[in-house]
Design a protein around this ligand. Structure first.
Ligand code: BES
Ligand code: MN
Ligand code: ZN
Length: 492
């Protein structure tokens, strides 16, 4: 699909369909939209009346233009209230346009949407993101493509000539989001620690990044007992992935992004059993790693003045004669000992050694993303990630980045007192505490592996996956986190 920003007047544009954004409570069609209505013999007015189209956010109407018109169809796209129009409204409008174009078999689309936030560049970027993200279709595992291979070929954003850079930005971000979606949606017999490491190597090769894969022996030498404990039952070798983007010249800042990389989480001997445990969904437990690699792909193309380290301790959490016994004690690479009272709280064990590794790089900030707890889904539902950080400034930066990116997150309390719940009689602490506040104790556990670097943790267990069409997301993996990470890195 090609997206262009052009200045062809609405009345002169020709192609399969024109998509026109309308605000709620628009009494009369105005300006060139009114003229277009005249040109099309009142077709717009008629469809508005027939379908009682009110311009509500998320609503749309389609009409066919007869009489051999050079425009075959018109889509009306509801934008909601004019006063509260935000970037995410135009992003979602872009998504609606893409879905309708596909449904109505329109290969060339003209889009007439207003500027949001008084910012044409951000508007174009948001629309282009919405269009591309909603067009995503995963046919990799189908013998016949679901959509019979139909593709929208060209989308023209009218009235935005000169915004090519914004489109290029959207293209890079969407390439990153779609990589994350592919990684998360692929099953555990397809995406393994080995293939995840290969993906990192491929990104490095294609975009000129440095990559280092630490093998089991390398991790042993570094004392990564927590990570290796989780990995010990799997027949597949663990891979500690470290991908580095370095800008030309001296970087303004050095950052680390860490993603939980469990390519499958069976729970271990505390196996995920029974209904509701969703063991069959646990291929998505590398959603943090997916977002990390997706962000790496985007950032490598966007080339900010910031050094970024992309890290994932990738493995599976399996059962075998070599599995961790519940109650085993592990020693992490910072010397801390952990009583594993639940083998299903494995993500935090892998992240522990990744956090220690990241801090040793001497970075200015660390952000980790992890499908860490069911408790976070109970707290915030499927659409909102939990943000945990003892650092107000970093938390604010991430909240702003998420807002601009159109991804939802909510800051959770970092209640140090709850660390009491992780007290162990025999080791330094346990890996799980009481049921209540489970996402907070998980964050407090992670904090034990960060000494002084500003750090934030995003629990993305909910938004990494969606069962239904939602905003720019189609059912399945969402690639959550990539957009927020890219915005955050670019804002440094
Ligand atoms: N990967 C899971 C968390 C998860 C649950 C992600 C549902 C996505 C959907 C994590 O490793 C886990 O099993 N967490 C346990 C922690 C508990 C044992 C303290 C949980 O949330 O039940
Ligand atoms: Mn688990
Ligand atoms: Zn897990």
């Amino acid at each position: 699909m090609e997206i262009r920003a052009i200045d062809t007047p609405l009345l002169d544009w020709t192609g399969d369909c024109l998509a026109i954004g309308l605000f709620e409570e628009t009494e009369e069609l105005q300006g060139d939209v009114a003229q277009l209505n005249e040109k099309f013999a009142d077709a717009l007015k008629e469809i508005i009346e027939e379908t009682e189209f009110k311009g509500k956010e998320g609503s749309s109407a389609v009409t066919r233009i007869g009489g051999g018109s050079p425009v075959r169809k018109v889509f009306l796209i509801g934008l909601g209230n004019q006063e509260t129009l935000k970037l995410d409204n135009v992003r979602r409008a872009g998504a609606t346009v893409a879905r309708l174009a596909k449904k109505e078999k329109c290969k060339t689309v003209g889009v007439n949407l207003p500027t949001a936030n008084n910012d044409p560049a951000a508007t174009v970027q948001a629309i282009a993101e919405g269009v591309q993200l909603a067009s995503y279709q995963d046919n990799r595992f189908k013998s016949e493509p679901e959509d019979k291979g139909f593709c929208v070929e060209r989308v023209d954003l009218l009235g935005f000539a000169g915004q090519e850079a914004a489109i290029a930005r959207a293209n890079s971000i969407c390439a990153g989001v779609n990589l994350a979606r592919e990684l998360v949606a692929a099953p555990a017999n397809e995406v393994t620690p080995i293939t995840l490491a290969e993906t990192a190597q491929k990104i490095a090769q294609e975009h000129g990044l440095q990559v280092e894969i630490l093998e089991r022996e390398d991790c042993e030498k570094l004392g990564m007992g927590a990570f290796l404990g989780v990995a010990q039952a799997s027949d597949l070798p663990p891979k500690f992935i470290h991908l580095t983007y370095k800008p030309e010249g001296t970087p303004k800042r050095k950052l680390a992004i860490i993603g939980k990389g469990l390519t499958f989480d069976s729970g271990g001997l505390n196996i995920k059993a029974g209904p509701g445990s969703s063991i069959e969904m646990m291929k998505m437990d590398m959603g943090g790693a997916g977002a990390t690699l997706g962000a790496a792909k985007a950032i490598a193309q966007l080339k900010p003045d910031v050094e970024v380290h992309f890290i994932s301790a990738a493995t599976e959490n399996m059962i075998s004669g070599r599995a961790l016994h519940p109650g085993d004690i592990l020693k992490a690479s910072n010397g801390k000992t952990i009583e594993v009272n639940n083998t299903d709280a494995e993500g935090r064990l892998t992240l522990a050694d990744a956090l220690v590794f990241a801090e040793k790089l001497g970075v200015d900030a660390i952000v980790d993303l992890a499908t860490l707890t069911g408790a976070c889904i109970i707290a915030l539902g499927d659409e909102i990630a939990g943000l945990f950080s003892p650092d107000d400034k970093l938390a604010q930066q991430l909240a702003q980045a998420a807002e601009a990116a159109g991804e939802k997150l909510w800051r959770m309390p970092f209640e140090e007192k709850y660390f009491e719940g992780l007290k162990s009689g025999i080791a330094d602490f346990k890996n799980t505490g009481p049921r209540g506040g489970g996402s907070i104790t998980a964050a407090l556990f992670l904090k034990q592996f960060v000494k002084e670097t500003p750090w934030a943790h995003l629990d993305i267990a909910g938004p990494v996956w969606t069962d239904k069409e939602n905003g720019c997301n189609n059912p399945g993996a969402t690639g959550y986190g990539v957009r927020t990470l890219v915005h955050w890195v670019l804002s440094q």
